[in-house]
Design a protein around this ligand. Structure first.
Ligand code: NAD
Ligand code: DAU
Length: 336
């Protein structure tokens, strides 16, 4: 089996490549990644010298290059992680989000049509459904919930989902979509809540909490996400959408306090800052379909997963020090 993983040098894509290489050592994995600010070849260090792995630096919007990759490799399955993924950046400058997340997906699917594949899997997000109110804990999004994205990022992901379903209906492209909640774990870029707070706490820097800190996210360990995608690409039904959630809703302030406690740092480091424009209040996913179809449910508890993630950041300082000393620092200084 040959799998083309786009965006495999980023957070979830690199975890997915490691997961797949261990689970299916006989598979050939090809990673196509533009190496934007969020892509890092160090995330793939242990894969790079493996015979059944190939890294290609390139843009999924580059039709000529994408067709060349398909011509040379003839993948059976394509898993599209490549995206601009950070909501705050999409609010600052939406254009690249539309290009990569929508046009890039189209180019990949055109290549799939031209060369033929067994499955095109689109890695999507719970953010396409918009948000839920805090005072209705009984409400959760199912795969049938309407799309109501709030940010340019989530609107671009929702657009791509629509395009994927249109390619299925019109061209009978064998597609699946998964919509996952907030991931955490090793190799997450330190602009996202959990690594940002861990690193700031380690440095005794203020921890910037948006608004009142009561916004709720459903956290899932990245390894549980990878396991679910592996099941869907092999056993999922064509044309189907699957919610992948952690069944682990936490307010931001609760998460931040857990991190401070684990690191033995004072809560006085918390600093409430200006809210994110259009900030989604709460995400929650109904994952009955994943449970019933595959017997899948998330295995890693948040307490255990957060502890091991904090340990990973403590033990891999040179990984994130390189990042925060570079281009990222300019972004950070602009934001906070
Ligand atoms: P990330 O920002 O860490 O990584 C994105 C990767 O895509 C990077 O390696 C980057 O270099 C690459 N990339 C960006 N533009 C590209 C292009 N034009 N061509 C080729 N490569 C390109 O993102 P992530 O957090 O790992 O998210 C991966 C996917 O999962 C995204 O599609 C995202 O929407 C989705 N998702 C993320 C989460 C989450 O909590 N992080 C949750 C649900 C879904
Ligand atoms: O739900 C899935 C989505 O989760 C993915 O599709 C996105 O790619 C991913 O970035 C993530 O989006 P969020 O906006 O939920 O993640 P982020 O880490 O940016 O923020 C999590 C919450 O923490 C959110 O309510 C905003 C808040 N926050 C974030 C940052 C960076 C803060 O309070 N302070 C911060 O400094």
């Amino acid at each position: 089996m040959k799998i083309l993983v786009t965006g495999g040098a980023g957070f979830i894509g690199s975890n997915f490549i490691h997961y797949m290489m261990e689970k299916h050592p006989d598979y050939r994995i090809i990673c196509l990644d533009k190496l934007t600010y969020a892509g890092n070849l160090r995330n793939l260090e242990s894969a790079l010298n493996r015979e059944n792995f190939r890294f290609i630096k390139g843009d999924i919007c580059d039709r000529e290059l994408v067709y060349k990759v398909f011509e040379e490799e003839r993948p059976d399955i394509v898993v599209n992680f490549a995206a601009e993924s950070h909501v705050d950046r999409s609010i600052e400058d939406p254009e690249i989000f539309l290009k990569t997340n929508i046009i890039g997906t189209q180019v990949l699917m055109d290549a799939c049509r031209k060369y033929g594949i067994k499955r095109f899997h689109q890695v999507s997000t719970d953010e396409v459904y918009g948000d839920l109110p805090l005072d209705r804990p009984d409400l959760k999004f199912t795969e049938k919930s309407p799309l109501k994205p709030s940010s340019p990022y989530s609107a671009s992901k929702a657009s791509a989902d629509l395009l994927v379903m249109a390619y299925h209906r019109t061209y009978e492209l064998p597609v699946t979509i998964s919509r996952c909640s907030n991931n955490y774990g090793p190799y997450q870029f330190p602009e996202k809540l959990i690594p940002l707070m861990i690193i700031n706490a380690i440095h005794d820097r203020p921890l910037p909490v948006y608004g009142d800190g009561r916004n709720v996210r459903d956290w899932i360990h990245v390894k549980d996400h990878c396991e679910a995608i592996d099941l869907i690409i092999h056993e999922g039904k064509e044309g189907e959408i699957y919610n992948i959630g952690g069944e682990n809703e936490r307010s931001n302030i609760e998460v931040v306090k857990m991190i401070l406690k684990e690191l033995g740092k004072p809560e006085s480091l918390i600093k409430f800052v200006k809210d994110r424009p259009g900030h989604d209040r709460r995400y929650a996913l109904d994952i009955t379909k994943m449970k019933e179809e595959f017997g899948w449910s998330p295995k890693i508890s948040f307490e255990e997963g957060l502890r091991s993630t904090i340990k990973w950041y403590l033990e891999n300082r040179n990984w994130w020090e390189e990042i925060i000393n570079g281009e990222y620092m300019k972004y950070y200084e602009k934001m906070y």
